[in-house]
Design a protein. Structure first.
Lengths: 209, 560
């Protein structure tokens, strides 16, 4: 946001021809800044993952007595949905770069729908855990604490991501981005892939091992 | 100043119109220099509050039976004293304060990479500080600044949860500052300002920024878990529900050991600048000082469990942590010897800033040596939880970080205010502070050996003499600090006019007016060499307009 104002200021005050250079430089700054944000987010997830693995290995076996293993089939289906959305996101950005707006919009909408599907799958999983197996966030010991905290944090990131993509789509419809100037879309794609990668780790440590 | 200088060179060489009006200029400012001053002012306000808490501690310990405050209040007082000094004073002053004030100028930039984010970082900071102090109203935390569970889980009232929220927020502010500074230093250096031409203060910030970014986020996770456990009953740390109190110690120290270096690396930078300027010699071993900062930052992530030798971690884990902790003494020692060699044969000018820098060298070395003692597992087991530890970290935090903050204040105050701080008052401040400091904390070493436990409101009568000696010394130290504040308030208005370069400094901030104009540089300078070769012509081009009014040559010694 900071540099958006810089770019605007550039458009207002700099002579023509300099604006492109201004854009290139602000984009570099913003890209690096956005990557820094993702790095710190990775650390946040890593800390909770460390906490989970530490508690998991602190004795008493896993899953703790009285709690069943989480449903791998549902989670695998859900993972497929999320990984699919990563692919559609990739194609959306590629099509934008090649100026194919309709295909871009179609892939964006597909990504958003897949994101919503993932969240719905997670809602189904949470409901089943809570009502059928009586596993809850605060009432099921370290299993409930680590499982719901980590998957919930990830689900929150997907939720934010869905809104992020909707905003990006509306912005691109309204002509905020051009064929050469689309940093917002790059950032959105990076964020979405980041959420994907986090899920690969969470899926492995909660459902596979 | 509303000029739009249209030079080719993009944003780096683009001047914004200066905002008009008090609020945009001084309250919600985007200017890194104003934000730096805001950090300094806010940080020193919290310093006064946390210092008052310290004096409550010292008054309580005047007598073996205490009696000034209740034991519960005493627990609250030292918990908030420690938390505030670490998160609201030392870290913001050294990173947000001095970092904002001079780092962008030193690399030849007009501002940080994301000015709006910078403003946001600042405004989170006083809010979280008020939240931290407001916890006194709802049952303040009682488990010390480390807030180990299960005690922090059992504390009554909302105070401990509020503590977690406040520290989480101030951590967000630190993280954002770290990102902002890192992007600034990586991307916005002036042409020719290669990494090995950067001033050493910038190297200090460059080593600190990744620590702020990475370590603080890990603390955020630990605090979030503590908050969830206290407020919603989600078990992470409570052993009766399968959680682990040791987990908190791992997560907390994974942040808080790097935080120790967050609190000292920028100070190392200040000391390097001050020693070089007032010895009129290039810093000895520039590369070694710069790279050892990076080494310390890297090692800082690998030693956290040395805080946990008595917590019951596996012996096979203890040994590598001990060895790695010893290893950190190597780059630190490289720095100390480089600084001593910088002084060697220099033409020293014993200004107040220089006195604080030399005081830093001695006191920080003492604190570092007791740190090497504490790294040894058997020694640590003997002294853990005693006043020896209190002595150690006050020698590095007060004798190290705070001395460097004072050195930086005397050094850069003219750049902020255009006026010098009074040197006579400054020297009085230095001597009262240094003598009082040593009187307060030196006896704690042997009190610790004799077994006096920390964080206890009363103590065995045999320790009373030295405790009274410490308390009286702490009043002397406080008097020194009061003189400093009086000096600042007086000098803002009546101090001697400094001109752009009162010390004969060679780094870029001394090439421009004091206080600097909104845009820092009329033209972004080109840099040809390191700043420190005092016998050579200035290694900058493009500063001709500034230098005609701001003559860079030093005033002769004794002109202050």
């Amino acid at each position: 946001m900071a540099v958006a104002s810089l770019a605007q200021a550039g458009a207002e005050f700099a002579p023509h021809g300099e604006v492109d250079q201004l854009y290139a430089e602000t984009r570099d700054l913003r890209l690096l800044g956005f990557l820094m944000f993702l790095v710190s987010d990775v650390v946040l997830f890593s800390s909770f993952i460390f906490a989970y693995l530490y508690l998991r290995n602190s004795g008493q076996g896993w899953p703790p007595p009285g709690i069943g293993r989480p449903d791998v089939a549902l989670a695998a289906l859900n993972s497929a949905v999320l990984f699919g959305s990563g692919a559609t996101m990739h194609y959306a950005l590629e099509n934008w770069k090649h100026g194919k707006f309709t295909r871009y919009a179609a892939f964006m909408i597909a990504t958003i729908i897949l994101g919503i599907l993932f969240l719905s799958g997670q809602a189904v999983e949470y409901t089943k855990l809570y009502f059928q197996e009586h596993v809850s966030w605060a009432g099921s010991g370290i299993f409930g604490a680590s499982f719901f905290t980590l998957t919930g944090m990830h689900g929150f990131h997907v939720f934010v991501g869905v809104w992020y993509l909707i905003v990006l789509l509306l912005q691109s419809v309204h002509g905020v981005y051009s064929k050469d100037k689309y940093f917002g879309l790059t950032a959105g794609t990076l964020y979405w892939h980041f959420v994907d990668v986090i899920w690969v780790v969470l899926f492995s440590i909660f459902y596979l091992i | 100043m509303a000029v739009a200088a249209a030079h080719v060179g993009g944003i780096a060489d683009h001047i914004h119109p200066e905002p008009q009006g008090f609020i945009r200029k001084y309250i919600f400012s985007l200017d890194h220099k104003i934000i730096g001053i805001q950090y300094l002012v806010t940080g020193f306000v919290f310093f006064v509050l946390a210092g008052l808490l310290a004096e409550i501690i010292r008054v309580q310990l005047m007598h073996a039976n205490g009696g000034f405050v209740s034991a519960d209040t005493y627990n609250e007082v030292y918990s908030i004293h420690g938390s505030a000094m670490v998160w609201l004073v030392v870290i913001p002053l050294l990173t947000g304060g001095f970092g904002n004030l001079v780092m962008p100028i030193m690399i030849g930039a007009r501002d940080v990479a994301f000015p709006w984010l910078n403003m946001l970082s600042f405004w989170i900071f006083p809010i979280s500080g008020l939240m931290l102090f407001s916890s006194f109203l709802m049952g303040a935390p009682v488990a010390g600044w480390t807030e180990y569970p299960p005690m922090s889980l059992q504390a009554q009232g909302f105070g401990t949860s509020m503590w977690a929220l406040a520290i989480f927020l101030v951590g967000v502010s630190s993280t954002l500052t770290g990102m902002n500074f890192l992007v600034t230093m990586l991307k916005m250096r002036a042409p020719g300002m290669t990494f090995t031409r950067m001033p050493l203060f910038v190297w200090g910030q460059l080593a600190t920024a990744p620590l702020l970014m990475v370590a603080t986020t890990a603390l955020a996770a630990a605090l979030a878990a503590l908050f969830m456990e206290r407020v919603f009953g989600v078990p992470f740390y409570d052993p009766t529900k399968g959680g682990s109190p040791i987990l908190w110690q791992h997560m907390f120290w994974f942040y808080s050991h790097p935080a120790v270096y967050i609190m000292i690396l920028p100070g190392f930078g200040i000391i390097s600048e001050v020693l070089s300027t007032f010895s009129r010699k290039p810093p000895f071993g520039y590369r070694m000082i710069a790279f050892s900062s990076m080494a310390i930052a890297l090692f800082g992530f690998m030693v956290w469990a040395h805080h946990m030798f008595v917590a019951g971690i596996a012996p096979f884990l203890q040994l590598p942590f001990m060895v790695l902790t010893y290893a950190i003494a190597v780059p630190t020692g490289v720095k100390i010897f480089s600084w001593i060699a910088t002084l060697w044969g220099g033409s020293l000018r014993l200004t107040t800033a220089m006195l604080f820098a030399i005081g830093f060298l001695i006191l920080f070395t003492l604190g570092g040596i007791s740190g090497v003692f504490l790294a040894a597992i058997p020694f640590d087991m003997h002294t853990n939880g005693t006043y020896f530890v209190v002595a150690h970290f006050h020698y590095v935090l007060v004798g190290g970080s705070l001395m460097s903050i004072f050195a930086g204040m005397y050094y850069w105050f003219p750049k902020m205010a255009g006026r010098l701080l009074n040197e006579a008052l400054g020297k009085l401040h230095f001597w009262l502070f240094t003598l009082g400091f040593n009187g307060t904390f030196l006896p704690m070493h042997w009190l610790g050996f004799m077994g006096m436990p920390r964080r206890v409101a009363t103590y065995d009568p045999q320790f009373q003499f030295w405790n009274q000696f410490e308390s009286i010394s702490s009043f002397v130290m406080t008097l020194g600090i009061l003189i400093f504040f009086a000096n600042v308030l007086w000098s803002i208005k009546y101090g001697k006019k400094s001109g752009p370069n009162p010390w004969g400094g060679r780094t870029l901030e001394w090439m421009i007016a004091s206080p600097p104009p909104y845009y820092n540089f009329k033209h972004i300078p080109k840099v040809f060499a390191r700043p420190y070769d005092y016998s050579q012509p200035l290694p900058y081009k493009g500063l001709e307009e500034e230098l005609t009014t701001a003559k860079p040559e030093p005033v002769p010694a004794g002109a202050h």
